[in-house]
Write a new protein. Structure first.
Length: 614
């Protein structure tokens, strides 16, 4: 019993310590800012709402610890992932004992369980969830809790009493997990296979499932926090799920369905991505241990092995059919399953080194633990976010580009729009700026929320808004609709918003905003944005003094940030040249742009217009 507590405690403490060394000091890419703002203000997050995450995040956000709110929430992610490692150790221990113990007593599985737990703790995707606030840190904890409760209830080890309490705990964990992430459903095929294989299809088996409905519903009932909080008009109220229809749309993620199972091309591309990212996920050690481990499992306990294969395949088949860029976290169940297979391989290696008579156990234990430490060394520089201020700096530089009481339309969600929620609502930075997400304007709930927050803006566009809402309602209710008509009403609504704002406030857009929406205006480069003007005159802009802290990571989003800076500077240089003004300003812009990203086509274009500027 002492080993069962001390060993996983030491492993999870080690993981937590490493996670703390590598957590981000600020908001990260994609949804980090929005989720931090939702947790801090007890709002409603993007679908599927993440009720449990929001409530836990609210507690952490208001705990009087040192550091900013975002650091507290990033620390929460580290703690949840470390907790998942603790539970996973017990999952592995039970899994190995169920697989191996036939006819040979209780084998010594602690070294293999420890090694597999370390492998998973420092695998790239799991570790990534521990360094910045996201819903997947809580998700991995629940994956492990559900697996442990299920294995304990379904197949008690020798000497363990059978108890309904474990089935009820399992059902309760499943219900709670659904309030955090709907991919909990990916556990169903594998666990149902194992359940009926062990329990059979008798009436008692079905009655047990029916009885589990009560604790499942108790856990799931936490999702009622979404309509309750939405009815109180929080600062962030995504989807406004106050009635049954909108609640179901929100909780089931209806707006994302068009991205799932959309085409075979998407599946092929995502599968290729998984194929190439799978071996380095565990620094190759996990894959090398998992392949023989699965083979051994098949010979030890074919039913249990088949159940894990079903878990793995279900996860991968779903994930590869989801057309999003940040797909890695959707493979987490597959990686957890891989770590279980690796545990079997590591156990076989440990037993081979230790010898049949139990000799050289210390050497064997050291060997498997050293192998499991390889991902820690290899993935550390990949995952480490301790110096990552890219989104924080970009967001603050964007705000610095805008005049007081500005209105800006953008759909750079991943780089600053999401983060703007946190910095405006939580840290109180530039609350005077009205940030409008251009793509979210396609959703009726967002238009109505904008009307609630900015009634002055809606007053001058009421006719266009009502016309758009009438047409988009048909699309949202799965009625016959005219896509071209919706698009024309959408463009007219954006035009009305711009016109209304332009009458009293400075108006800006970011570079990706299509010109068809701003055809009545000219764009003047202003820092990271473009100010809209209607006259033909020249509008000088100060040279932007960007605050930029480089971050040595070669990821997709990390590479894009320097390019955005470079292109903003290059556009400024082109603007000065096109106006026939001082070419020294254009040259100055180019020199700075080259420091950020000399490979940008826009920077190269300006360089061709100013030869010898390097």
């Amino acid at each position: 019993m002492k080993t069962r507590l001390v060993v996983p405690s030491l492993i999870s403490l080690l993981a937590f310590g490493v996670y703390l060394r590598t957590i981000a000091p600020a908001v990260g890419f994609i949804d980090s800012g929005e989720l931090a703002a939702v947790a801090s203000t007890l709002g409603v997050a993007h679908p599927t709402g993440y009720a449990l995450f929001t409530l836990l995040g609210s507690i952490f956000a208001h705990v009087p610890l040192a550091g900013s709110v975002i650091v507290r929430l990033n620390t929460m992610a580290a703690l949840l992932c470390a907790g998942g490692v603790f539970v996973f150790y017990h999952v592995v221990r039970r899994f190995l004992l169920m697989s191996i113990a036939r006819g040979e007593g209780a084998p010594r599985v602690a070294p293999a369980a420890a090694a597999a737990s370390l492998l998973l703790a420092f695998s790239e995707t799991w570790w990534t969830q521990a360094v910045a606030v996201e819903v997947y840190a809580l998700h991995v904890l629940f994956l492990c809790l559900i697996l442990f409760a299920f294995l304990r209830a379904n197949s008690p080890l020798q000497g363990e009493p059978r108890s309904r309490a474990w089935w009820y705990a399992f059902a309760f964990f499943v219900g709670l997990s659904f309030t955090n992430h709907m991919t909990t459903v990916l556990l169903a095929p594998g666990l149902l296979f194992l359940y009926f294989r062990q329990q059979g299809g008798s009436a008692d088996s079905w009655k047990r499932i029916a009885r589990m409905g009560v604790p499942f519903a108790a856990g799931l009932s936490l999702v009622l926090e979404l309509p309750l909080r939405a009815s109180q008009s929080p600062l962030l109220n995504w989807g406004n799920p106050t009635n049954l229809e909108r609640f179901l749309w929100h909780f089931t993620g209806k707006q994302y369905r068009s991205w799932i199972f959309s085409s075979t091309d998407v599946a092929a591309r995502q599968l290729a991505y998984f194929y190439h990212s799978f071996p380095p996920e565990f620094a190759y050690v996990g894959a090398c241990a998992a392949v023989p481990g699965l083979i051994l499992l098949w010979s030890w306990n074919r039913g249990l092995a088949a159940g894990t294969v079903i878990l793995f395949v279900s996860c991968v088949l779903y994930a590869v059919n989801y057309d999003i860029h940040d797909i890695d976290s959707y493979f987490l169940l597959a990686y957890v399953t891989t770590a279980l297979w690796a545990a079997a391989g590591l156990f076989a290696l440990w037993r081979w080194i230790a010898g049949a008579a139990g000799r050289r156990r210390a050497v064997a234990t050291a060997a498997v633990l050293l192998l499991s430490g390889v991902p820690l060394v290899v993935n550390y520089p990949i995952v480490d976010r301790s110096r990552d201020h890219l989104v924080e700096d970009y967001t603050k530089n964007m705000f610095a580009s805008l005049e007081p009481h500005a209105v800006i339309v953008s759909f750079q969600w991943d780089y600053w729009v999401s983060a703007s929620y946190y910095y405006q609502l939580v840290e109180g930075i530039r609350p005077d700026v009205t940030v409008i997400d251009k793509e979210l304007l396609r959703r009726s709930w967002y238009v109505r929320e904008l009307a609630r927050r900015e009634p002055w803006l809606m007053a001058g566009a009421q006719q266009e808004v009502e016309a758009f809402l009438r047409e988009v309602s048909r699309f949202e209710h799965d009625l016959p609709y005219d896509g071209g008509l919706i698009e024309s009403k959408y463009a007219a609504m954006i035009g009305a918003f711009l016109s209304t704002a332009f009458a009293s406030r400075p108006v800006y857009v970011t570079g990706e905003m299509q010109f068809e929406y701003t055809r009545d205006y000219r764009r003047v480069p202003a820092g990271l944005a473009f100010r809209l003007v209607r006259d033909e005159g020249f509008h000088p802009t100060p040279f932007p003094a960007f605050s930029f802290r480089p971050f040595p990571n070669n990821g997709r989003w990390e590479q894009m940030v320097p390019r955005l800076y470079a292109e903003a500077l290059a556009f400024r240089g082109e603007y000065y040249l096109a106006a026939g003004k001082d070419s020294a300003e254009a040259r100055k812009s180019l020199v700075k742009a080259l420091e950020f990203d000399p490979s940008s086509p826009i920077v190269k274009r300006l360089s061709g217009m100013l030869p010898g500027a390097r």
